[in-house]
Write a protein that binds this ligand. Sequence first.
Ligand SMILES: [Cu+2]
Length: 728
Amino acid sequence: MNTGNCRCPQFCFFIEHTEAPGATICHSSPTAFYPKILSLNKYYREIFMNRIIQLTLCSTLVAGVHASDIEEVVVTAAREVSTIELAETLEITPDSAALLRKAPGANVNSNGPLSGIPQYRGMYGSRINVTVDGSTLSSGGPNWMDPPLHYAPAAQLESLSIYRGIAPVSAGQETIGGAITAKTWSGEFSDSAQFSSQGRIRAGTQSVNEGLLTSVAVVASNKTHRIKVAGLTESGDDAQFDRGDILHTEYERDRVDLGYGYQRGAHSWQFDLAHNETGDSGNPALPMDIEYIDADLASLSYDFKGEGWNVRSKIYHSEIDHGMSNFHLRQLMMGMNPRINTATGDSNGIKVAIDWEDNGGTWLAGLDGHHETHDSDITDRDKIGFFAQNFSGAEREVWGVFLERNQQLNSRWRSELGLRYNRVTMDSDSVSFSNPGNMMAAMMQMRAMAFNNSNLKTNDNNIDWVAKLYYEADQATSLYAGIARKTRSASYQERYLWMSMEATAGLADGKTYLGNLDLDAEVAHELEIGIDILQDDFSFSFRSFYKQVEDYIQGTTDDIPHMGMPAMPVADLKFNNVDAQLYGFDVEAHYQLDNHWSLNGIVNFVRGKRDDINDNLYRIAPLNSTVGITYQSNRWAATLESVLTNKQDQQSTTNDEKETAGHGLVNMKGYWQVSEKIRLGGGIDNLLDKQYSDHLGGYNRVANIDIDRGDRLPGYGRNVFARIDYQW
Ligand SMILES: [Cu+2]
């Protein structure tokens, strides 16, 4: 093996003393390790990443390294981040959130094919901080038909990472439920003044919904400039299951991206533009379907690498226009009015972080600001005079400052300490309602007036802190313990939903909700312990957590105004502060049987319940496991996978949640590396065409002879997929 001019002796030692195929280059800069390791097979990469923990400080101190690169390398090493490398996936799923099931503790609340909402250890939605290339995106739709990962199509990603357990305070502003970072593939600067090109072309198809995917990304770069052009088009028909079609799960999305990077000396700049057009796409678990989502995204970042200190900064902007209806895809339900909801969501943000090092470790200090504004208007196809302002100029602004310290206490002990302060300011414009000739109109107008006359502006001052300790017991074993306080202020839906609606950021429980101007911020205290074992042919990583949440925001039947009689409340639920706790564990293990055969497994368990009353939390993933056996040869590999999901009978009574039966699925997939540049991949999901329902998949809201309304939506039937990747 070529160990190049590696400056870190331990690293060279590792490379020289393993037979890791593909580990041919050791760069002088530790930042360059990361891309190179991708060429290793997964097993060796795991070992590699774990070994890096031993040279954490070594790599930190050897060269001026990017804070985030270090963080990524180091935390992966410590099993603090689960990273899914998209180049290694074989699926053609349009929904990046669905890929999260590969990471321990993670799952997805699925409301439609492009609308997956990440769930991590029982928390989801705005409780999880999602960034795409460092930008925080606020969904445009009040029901999160476009969750933040909607703007990170799987085919364009380089990696999707989720912080394991307690996220560092630097990972995002509000990380009470965790933090996810999606990274788009952007190519590399080269070493010479000559321009050369790199590219990734991917085409795929699948049988379950006649899904098609074409994605092209081309980069021209030299050592100073890097220009990227990328395009994506994907579509699918309604998906099938054992007994028929799942109406409406069709989708279509097109996207173009332009990027320009410039680096000179210690300075680097990156400017990115993206335009996303999502067309007719179903959301069978929600009351409406997507007609369009037009989004423009822009960001500019500037980084400086100094001697022993670095600066990273970014500004970003996004504008989202979204239209949906309850009649253009699905059949209008009897007795319902044909309604059109148009919504806009704009967000702006800034992030600045400085890191520097001293003898004992690194400091990271930062400032971030994020501002979002939302409008949502409802009109009627057949009635010109009908107009309801669901949200009007609903604003949410968060300013945060943080300080983080990573310290090597001695050869065995390492710590991470973090402190963050967030100030959350929210406000809303006045709302209006008109429905000429309708009996209820006067009452609605009175409620709009009462809302407008309320004090709509609120402030929260939130403090987060994190303390983690790692102990390396021996060469192969390390122990971990962490405690944290994390906060989250109410979303604009939870606060400003003045008219009773299902606009709940995708809860999909079929309930109408009212917002609450008096909501306090959620405060979670969490304790987490873990053990990581890493031997040459065996790795095992276990985490157990307990989280107590004060003022958890949950819909309850308290304080709902009624229409003259208590038996006639104006909404099913109103957002209120309650108390909750979540606890559980997740495990990831790998066993290399010999040079070719390996076993991989994940087990996830979480329990979520109310503390103030005897009830469970809503939409919590049941106990589940994924076990795969892989045969890996030089040019091809094949995996057979079993996914077992337990029943969920600890469901929320408050949300009238239905229990779900357990099920088992068998999947298989594989690839053939035809040449250095061409790879063919494919597989069959749900090989046995089993009929099942995912507890996180919601209930059918669409007229469909194959599925009753109100029944749990079935999972997709047998799906044969194939994909070709061309990379240079
Ligand atoms: Cu929508």
